[in-house]
Design a protein around this ligand. Structure first.
Ligand SMILES: Cc1ncc(COP(=O)(O)O)c(C=O)c1O
Length: 473
């Protein structure tokens, strides 16, 4: 963390002698440094120390398991004729039968007609949104979809892009009716609406009310007043739900049995499956559109054998029960987390005073399943104080700030993994409320300190170094 804070030091004086090209670039970076949002690549405590991993994307823990290693090496052994590179773009010399076979297997696993493997879900979302909406189509999206979908919207040929409030079914209905009324070609069934959603939202950790949204679309009137035209279609990014939800980790769409109601599903392999890459699932028509108009498919080297082997070995584990085991553990640990949180003697006071806010704690007992992502908020400045406290207690939890989340919505993002233990959760809650206690003591004037101890330690060092920001009063 020290290096991240230190990296915010404005460089103006040391870059004056650079050629104008670099000076201009440094000026743009200085704008970020001055706002303390300069991106700096950090060493992860969970990899380099004994700190508890409450942050990595290795949700089901299969990315680091020995079973995974064995399955991956077996793939390599059984396909010794395949090399490390794919040697070309998919449409020319980069296609190979192992890749095609894996795509068919994956499509079958998720109940889809076809699948297309790509290098990442970022590329998948950009490919989908830049290629699938045809001129005159309209995109309606949840306001919290990932930056890659926003990037795709910008490149799309859609006539209009309309957003609705996060997970708000009524606002979705409003957006749908607004488009229906203002776009005659859509109303007449000649153009389509594409709805962009995520299975589990990456920063808030809440599950999409997919069934309700599908029902709202089904209720829309058709050309003759009562028959839906099939021109409202759903696209679901399951980057954070693949592996974690659904039978054998097949995701939210499969969990809800909505395979026929969702036109396109994107899965990332960079998280629960412990690999890298992505798949776009849909009909053969969708695959045809992507292979013809998806520039991030057409003009790039096709996925290499080791990458596809890593994905395939991840599925082998899902099929052997790793998904169910991991899902059960995440449910158990998440339940313990919410139980300990909401039954803690300081919880109500911390919440009422605005020191702590955990939106998903409301009504957690009534949810059919709990997710592995928990957003823990506090006022903007004290998110850092909370972070410093937990880091000092050896818990790796990442602070998420603007521009990843809107200004004023900073939070710590806790990720509960299958490899976490009950003691990790108990220790985390105990440390969190230790911090709450310090905050209450400061507020009630019981101490001379104006910030909690861990923050005080960091700020002392920052003052010596002439650094500011990160909640420093
Ligand atoms: C919701 C969502 N979609 C897509 C992506 C991009 O995934 P990938 O890392 O495979 O590019 C992410 C990455 O964090 C994500 O959170």
């Amino acid at each position: 963390m020290d290096s991240r804070i230190a990296s915010q030091r404005v460089e103006r004086s040391s870059t004056r002698s650079l050629p104008i090209f670099y000076r201009n670039l440094e000026e743009s970076l200085d704008e970020r440094r001055a706002s303390h949002i300069f991106n700096h690549v950090v060493q992860n405590g969970w990899q380099t120390s004994s700190a508890v991993d409450f942050c990595s994307g290795n949700i089901l823990s299969i990315g680091s398991s020995n079973d995974r290693r064995v399955a991956f090496l077996a793939e390599l052994d059984q396909n010794a004729n395949l090399g490390t590179g794919s040697s070309g773009v998919r449409l020319m010399d980069g296609n190979y039968s192992y890749l095609e076979h894996t795509e068919r297997e994956i499509a079958e696993h998720h109940g889809a007609e076809a699948g297309l493997l790509l290098a990442s879900a970022w590329e998948a979302n950009v490919a989908v949104w830049s290629a699938v909406p045809r001129p005159g189509d309209v995109i309606i999206h949840d306001t919290l979809v990932h930056a890659s979908s926003y990037e795709g919207f910008k490149q799309s040929m859609a006539m209009e892009v309309v957003e609705f409030a996060h997970n708000d079914v009524d606002d979705f209905r409003r957006a749908l009716h607004q488009v229906w009324e203002t776009q005659p070609l859509v109303r007449q069934g000649k153009r389509s609406i594409l709805v962009a959603l995520e299975g589990v939202y990456s920063m808030d950790g809440d599950v999409c009310p997919l069934q309700d949204l599908v029902d709202v679309a089904r209720d829309m009137p058709g050309i003759d007043g009562d028959i839906p035209n099939g021109n409202i279609q759903f696209v679901v990014d399951e980057a954070h739900s693949v592996g974690v939800l659904g039978p054998q980790g097949s995701g939210l769409v499969c969990e809800l049995g909505l395979e026929k109601d969702v036109a396109i599903v994107v899965h990332s392999y960079g998280k629960a499956l412990g690999a890298i890459g992505s798949v776009v699932l849909g009909s053969k028509t969708i695959k045809g559109i992507l292979t013809n108009f998806g520039k991030s498919f057409v003009y790039t080297t096709s996925p290499s054998f080791p990458l596809v082997a890593a994905i395939r070995s991840g599925y082998a584990l899902l099929k052997k029960g790793s998904a169910e085991q991991g899902q059960n553990r995440i449910q158990l640990l998440s339940k313990l987390f919410y139980e300990l949180l909401t039954s803690h003697p300081l919880w109500d006071l911390a919440r009422d005073k605005g020191i702590l806010s955990v939106p998903l704690a409301d009504g957690w007992e009534h949810r059919p399943f709990l997710t592995h992502i928990v957003a823990i908020s506090s006022p903007q400045y004290s998110v850092w104080w909370m972070y410093f406290h937990l880091a000092a207690a050896s818990f790796c939890v990442f602070p998420v700030e603007y521009p990843t989340v809107p200004i004023g919505k900073s939070r710590l993002r806790l990720i509960i993994h299958a490899h976490n233990t009950e003691d990790h959760v108990r220790g985390f809650i105990s440390s969190l409320f230790g911090w709450v206690q310090e905050m209450l003591s400061i507020e009630q004037g019981e101490t001379q300190a104006d910030v909690p101890k861990a923050a005080g330690d960091v700020y002392r060092w920052m003052r010596q170094e002439g650094l500011t920001g990160f909640g420093m009063p």
